[in-house]
Design a protein around this ligand. Structure first.
Ligand SMILES: [Zn+2]
Length: 206
């Protein structure tokens, strides 16, 4: 008796690989961008494909979790931290330009804030280099950052800006404008930003 064994199986092809933020692992992981095709099999040997591309997805190679391609739009943790670092440097440069560009106090605070945000080797010379090159309009960067940061991250950035401005005395109107508009571009409400600014000013007076 001839036993005919046949069936279908989906085989996947890897279209691309890279690093993405895996929501299940909660961190940066390697991914495979895969697309499947259904094959006709006879005696477990795939003979010919019998479907177009199906079940295209992104798969985490660590937890095997499968996601739609939108998972690749989310920045990785590394991308987010360098975006945040660029944001902090940009905002602090703008605060310094608004008033205290040559005073050592505000420059020292700016350097230590940037060090604390992930650049331990940052010094006054790096700050001077940033002061020379950071563009006058960083709203694109801040809008992008505002879309990724949660509330506490935005508050943290504003507090750093206020601390730098306060290092040589009360906020000038110009400095206040920079901080206010930073909050607005990050997507904070005016009340939220004003609250954070006022609380940072109060805690500096103590
Ligand atoms: Zn994962």
């Amino acid at each position: 008796m001839l036993l005919l064994v046949w069936g279908f199986k989906v085989f996947y092809k890897v279209l691309d690989t890279g690093t993405f933020f895996c929501p299940r692992c909660g961190g940066d992981r390697a991914f495979e961008h895969r697309v499947g095709k259904k094959w006709f099999r006879l005696y477990w040997i795939p003979l010919f494909p019998c479907s177009g591309p199906i079940n295209e997805h992104v798969r985490c190679t660590t937890c095997q979790g499968m996601y739609t391609l939108q998972a690749l739009n989310h920045p990785t943790s590394n991308q987010l931290s360098s975006l945040l670092l660029d944001g902090v440097r940009g905002v602090l440069v703008h605060v310094l330009r608004a008033g205290s560009i040559q005073s050592p106090g505000p420059r020292e605070i700016a350097v230590s804030e940037i060090q604390a945000h992930g650049l331990p080797g940052y010094d006054d010379a790096s700050l001077q280099a940033d002061l020379d090159v950071v563009p006058g309009d960083i709203s694109g960067l801040l809008t992008n950052l505002g879309g990724q940061l949660a509330g506490p991250g935005k508050e943290d950035l504003l507090r750093a800006a206020v601390r730098v401005a306060l290092a040589d005395g009360p906020l000038t109107d110009l400095e206040r404008n920079v901080v206010n508009s930073t909050g607005a571009i990050l997507g904070m409400t005016q009340a939220h930003a004003l609250g954070v600014i006022a609380m940072t000013e109060q805690s500096a007076q103590r």
